[in-house]
Design a protein around this ligand. Structure first.
Ligand code: NAP
Ligand code: MG
Length: 496
């Protein structure tokens, strides 16, 4: 056992309520300094405490990951074997689906059925990238008869993963599975607001026999553990999902150490709706697009840009759907249905509510929701704000809550200008029965992913990432594997 004199070994946490959820460093559960409370956003009640990693814990975790990488026990495994370990981690999550979904539901505030989907998607990432581990082939480069030249993809080494609170399990699975499949070691900083479910990824690593140090998971504050991790001189690559402001701090730290980073920084994504769209399907997509996870989704459908001839009809259909949703603590919603959970914190709820109020002051029309619910927990009613114009804050800034802004357009050029009229560019969508029109919009929208006639069309297989202030680099799909490898060229002179 390593010398962790100041942090006695803890045991793996049990089911909630559990007093303390520790760090996982170098294959051991570690108490980790002072503790931070963890709340259920659906009730506002404290449900657990978590470790509070300091710069010293970060240093230990990075040291363990670096040692594991340098020893080679993980990176030199046959890719098929490494891939099987990664796949088995996903199987572990599925085998504990009920237990993990329960924890996610209580910790994040999302409906239980949404929590189950998150566990399934997290497991799917381990399956997908586990399968890809043995496909990272190089190429040979013809240099004439006197040389043999080839390339190999080598892992960077120690990768750092700073995780957002909206999908803590899924976002950790997304980057860690690809990093491990390509032979890297990982240090994860969980979100302070909802760290608990990520612990199960450490348990999965333990269970499948990942070498000690290959995966380390730290709880604590972004300003302390997150900042120490992103600035650590021994990390070789960084992945961050979160706000633009923190993204800039992360990119600056990465630049100081001259290491690459992937930034996924949210969006203000628009669906453009033409007069020949299937409006029933559209309304169902708005329900998923802006109320899934209470709108706390970087690729949420936060703007609807609607042709003037169907504008009033769309506004009233979307308002009716929004008012029909039941809102409450996640445990009240075991099955998929017209329901929505809490926002992650009081601060996020208050911020979203204030943005709704400012939108009205700027001349927009509230047609549904717009205010908190009068009950314990952090709830905002499903909100529709119509008559939004391009310069308003609600058209430009990410709410990160259950709030859709509706704008009107007359011509196709106007629709494209509105869709592209923010600093962001994560995803976009178009609804039309006319394939040429849909293709023109797909071509002209400045975004990393475009959905035609179905919001969220795609899966773990399809690359995802931003244009503009939505960040750079790609997660998901084959593209993401390239975040975690560097190309080495070997040239051999043939003598004689
Ligand atoms: P944030 O501050 O960007 O936090 C995201 C992650 O970065 C968390 O793990 C956070 O840790 C960590 N962090 C914070 N400060 C850090 C620092 N100086 N160095 C390294 N890591 C640091 O986001 P937030 O305050 O939770 O949410 C604010 C806004 O971010 C939201 O309104 C939303 O617009 C955006 N957001 C976007 C996404 C997305 O999917 N694109 C996800 C979440 C948030 P702690 O949480 O432990 O402090
Ligand atoms: Mg919580």
């Amino acid at each position: 056992m390593p010398d962790f004199a100041t942090t006695p070994q803890a045991s793996a946490p049990q089911m909630l309520p559990h007093t303390h959820w520790p760090n996982f460093i170098d294959g051991y559960w570690q108490g980790g300094g002072s503790s931070v409370p963890v709340y259920n956003p659906g009730t506002g009640q404290q449900i657990a405490t978590q470790a509070c990693a300091s710069a010293t814990h970060v240093d230990r975790a990075v040291g363990a990951a670096q040692r594991c990488h340098q020893e080679g026990s993980f990176r030199h495994l046959a890719p098929v074997e490494r891939g099987r370990l990664v796949q088995r981690m996903g199987q572990y999550l599925l085998e504990h689906l009920d237990e993990i979904a329960n924890v996610l539901c209580l910790d994040v505030g999302k409906p239980l059925w949404e929590a189950r989907l998150e566990v399934e998607t997290a497991a799917r990432y381990f399956e997908y990238y586990g399968n890809q581990a043995e496909t990272m082939e190089g190429r040979s480069i013809p240099l004439g008869g006197q040389y043999f030249d080839f390339t190999v993809h080598e892992p960077y080494g120690v990768t750092a993963h700073i995780i957002p609170w909206n999908y803590p399990l899924e976002m950790t699975a997304r980057s860690v599975s690809a990093a491990l499949a390509t032979g890297n070691t990982c240090v994860v900083k969980t979100p302070e607001l909802d760290p608990l479910a990520v612990t199960y990824i450490a348990r999965a690593a333990e269970c499948v026999g990942l070498p000690a140090g290959a995966l380390n998971i730290l709880c604590g504050y972004g300003s302390e553990a997150g900042a120490a991790l992103s600035a650590h001189p021994d990390i070789d690559q960084l992945v961050f999902t979160g706000s633009v402001q923190t993204g800039i701090a992360i990119a600056t730290a990465a630049a100081q150490n001259v290491v690459p980073c992937v930034l996924e920084l949210g969006g203000k994504s628009a669906a453009v709706v033409f007069d020949d769209a299937d409006l029933e399907a559209l309304v169902s997509d708005v329900r998923w697009g802006i109320y899934f996870n209470a709108g706390q989704v970087c690729s949420a459908m936060s703007r609807l840009i609607v042709h003037e001839s169907i504008y009033d009809d769309v506004v009233s259909r979307v308002a009716e759907m929004s008012k029909s949703l039941e809102v409450g603590p996640g445990m009240a919603f075991p099955a998929h249905g017209p329901n929505m959970g809490a926002m992650i914190s009081e601060a996020q709820r208050d911020k979203a509510e204030a943005m709704c109020q400012r939108a009205q002051q700027q001349g927009a029309r509230l047609v549904a929701g717009g205010a908190r619910l009068d009950r314990d927990g952090y709830f905002l009613a499903p909100t529709v704000i119509a008559d939004v114009t391009a310069e308003m804050e609600i058209a430009q800034q990410e709410v990160f809550g259950p709030v859709v802004a509706v704008l009107k357009f007359r011509t196709e050029d106007e629709a494209i200008a509105l869709a592209n009229g923010t600093d962001y560019g994560l995803v976009g969508g178009v609804y039309s029965a006319n394939i040429n029109r849909a293709m023109r919009i797909s071509r002209d929208i400045r975004a990393g992913q475009v959905f035609v006639n179905e919001w969220y069309a795609g899966g773990v297989e399809t690359p995802f990432g931003g244009f503009g202030k939505s960040g750079y680099g790609r997660e998901k799909g084959r593209e993401a594997l390239l975040n975690y490898v560097q190309t080495k060229n070997v040239g051999i002179a043939i003598k004689g």
